[in-house]
Write a protein that binds this ligand. Structure first.
Ligand SMILES: NC(=O)C1=CN([C@@H]2O[C@H](COP(=O)(O)OP(=O)(O)OC[C@H]3O[C@@H](n4cnc5c(N)ncnc54)[C@H](O)[C@@H]3O)[C@@H](O)[C@H]2O)C=CC1
Ligand SMILES: O=C(O)[C@H]1O[C@H](OP(=O)(O)OP(=O)(O)OC[C@H]2O[C@@H](n3ccc(=O)[nH]c3=O)[C@H](O)[C@@H]2O)[C@H](O)[C@@H](O)[C@@H]1O
Length: 443
């Protein structure tokens, strides 16, 4: 099939590269010249395990092409996936400017009948809007069918998620278009749910809202655990064994970040509001999440008092491990609050420093060496559960820090191991560990 993917960000690029791997002729388009030039040379602008190998392979065998030219992208396409951003606007609603621009462009350049599949996360009703735009402007003799095909991949495991996802949702009332899109996905052997457009659009928001709800729920339980002296690890083990609850997405911590949960939860609250329904539960989920990100600074102040002039080692900048994405990362909130308190911050991250620098500039120091971040620090705050941080010898905290005080926002270590080391350790929803320490070596 001749497939075009509009938008070469996370979703567009992964979709395009993986569809090329399945043997289709794929053109990925974007409006950013620099991004496209980089992709044409076989380099990925995002860190995503496994992506660059597939990118190089499919560029070389001629299945995959990149362009900034919409005419080249759209004129010969049989299927066009829309995967441009739908960022949050000030009032929480999704910005549909980019999606609508693509719709105008397709209508202008299409030369054949085409199926348009929307992968971007869009509010219910948007695919009808896309269809209207195209219907109004396309050549009268051509047909365009719009299908909602929401995406469920996670950053950091996006390629694996494409090939081994839990389900594929195809939303359309046109059985011919549904069958064509089904054929694209059939080789993956993933369960396919065919439904109407509006339900497909709603499935995406409901899935993200439910996952966000699980996280805020467990974080509330963690807070109560701290107050009553219970341990969240034991509690999640205990409830996760119930098949109706399941063990996933019950990791307590400093909340969810990233480019989607924060924006999609707010967009769904707005969508409900537009229909005169106040989505109080989801509003509470958002409020709990906002509170969680500030917890490390609150806990640090409770423990050591004023943070003015104190050196803080911030371990982890990305919103989760295995990605260089810092959008809506808890680390950004922590930095803001620490700077307000007058702290001096050295941040460690294995790959997200360039993206963090883009946002935070020179307000903090950066290092790719954990030991340098810890050196002479008064307190360490863990914001991302990178494997490098989890594997760090616990002796390092005593060895390098002024005082081995660790506030672990992601519960990286077992309390059993922590108790063997002379350190003060505060995590989320678990008992505080205060072990006497006597510094023997000075760095
Ligand atoms: N990032 C993720 O893990 C997931 C994202 N989504 C959804 O997918 C959509 C895209 O998300 P990301 O890939 O993260 O966004 P992104 O911001 O990484 O990429 C969007 C790309 O679209 C490009 N673009 C904008 N206007 C364009 C146009 N007229 N023609 C061609 N390209 C254009 C931008 O330059 C940018 O490169 C959003 O709606 C998001 O909610 C859904 C599932 C997962
Ligand atoms: O719509 C999207 O963009 C995507 O959003 C999430 O994917 P992603 O944001 O890449 O990452 P997740 O692994 O879901 O993690 C999101 C945030 O939740 C946090 N989290 C996750 C799980 C958990 O148990 N606890 C927890 O705090 C993570 O640290 C991270 O900050 C969903 O998992 C994807 O299915 C969806 O396609």
């Amino acid at each position: 099939m001749n497939i075009t993917v509009a938008g070469s960000g996370y979703v567009g690029l992964v979709t395009g590269v993986c569809l090329a791997e399945l043997g289709h002729r794929v053109i990925c388009s974007d409006i950013q010249e620099e991004k496209i030039a980089m992709l044409q040379s076989g380099r990925s602008p995002i860190y995503e395990p496994g992506l660059e190998d597939l990118l190089e392979k499919n560029l070389q065998c001629g299945n995959l092409h990149f362009t900034t030219n919409p005419q080249y992208a759209y004129e010969d396409a049989e299927i066009i996936f829309i995967a441009v951003g739908t960022p949050e606007q000030q009032d929480g609603t999704a910005n549909l400017t980019y999606v609508c621009e693509v719709a105008h462009s397709i209508a202008h350049f299409m030369k054949h009948d085409v199926i348009i599949c929307t992968k971007s996360t869009v509010p219910v009703g948007t695919n009808d809007q896309i269809a209207e735009i195209i219907q109004r402007q396309k050549p009268v003799n051509l047909h365009a069918e719009v299908v909602a095909n929401p995406e469920f991949l996670r950053e950091g495991s996006a390629v694996v998620d494409f090939f081994y996802g839990d389900r594929i949702v195809i939303g359309t009332n046109c059985s011919k278009a549904a069958t064509t899109i089904e054929q694209i996905y059939l080789p993956l052997g993933i369960p396919i749910i065919k439904t109407d457009i509006k339900s497909a659009e709603m499935i995406k928001y409901a899935a993200n809202a439910f996952l966000a709800t699980k996280i805020s729920f467990i974080n509330e339980i963690a807070t109560i655990c701290e107050k009553v002296g219970a341990n969240i690890d034991e509690v999640t083990k205990g409830i996760g064994k119930d098949e109706r609850i399941g063990p996933y997405f019950l990791q307590a911590g400093i909340g969810y970040g990233g480019s989607c949960f924060p924006k999609d939860t707010k967009a769904l609250v707005q969508l409900a509001g537009n229909m005169q329904h106040s989505f109080d539960l989801l509003q509470a989920v958002i409020e709990v999440n906002t509170r969680q990100a500030s917890l490390p600074v609150v806990k640090a102040k409770e423990l050591i008092g004023s943070l003015k002039g104190k050196k803080v080692a911030l371990l982890g900048l990305s919103f989760k491990p295995n990605t260089d994405d810092v959008r809506e990362a808890a680390s950004l909130v922590i930095v803001k609050e620490l700077l307000k308190e007058g702290a001096i911050i050295t941040a460690y991250d294995p790959i997200a420093i360039p993206n963090a620098q883009h946002v935070l500039g020179n307000t903090i120091e950066y290092t790719q060496d954990i030991r340098l971040a810890l050196l002479h620090a008064d307190v360490a705050i863990i914001a991302t559960e990178w494997e490098e941080i989890k594997q760090l010898s616990l002796d390092s905290y005593e060895l390098y820090m002024k005082n081995p005080i660790v506030i672990d926002g992601r519960n990286c270590y077992s309390l059993k191991e922590i108790r063997k080391h002379p350190m003060t350790y505060i995590s989320i929803g678990r008992p505080i560990v205060i072990n006497e320490y006597k510094k023997s070596t000075t760095y």
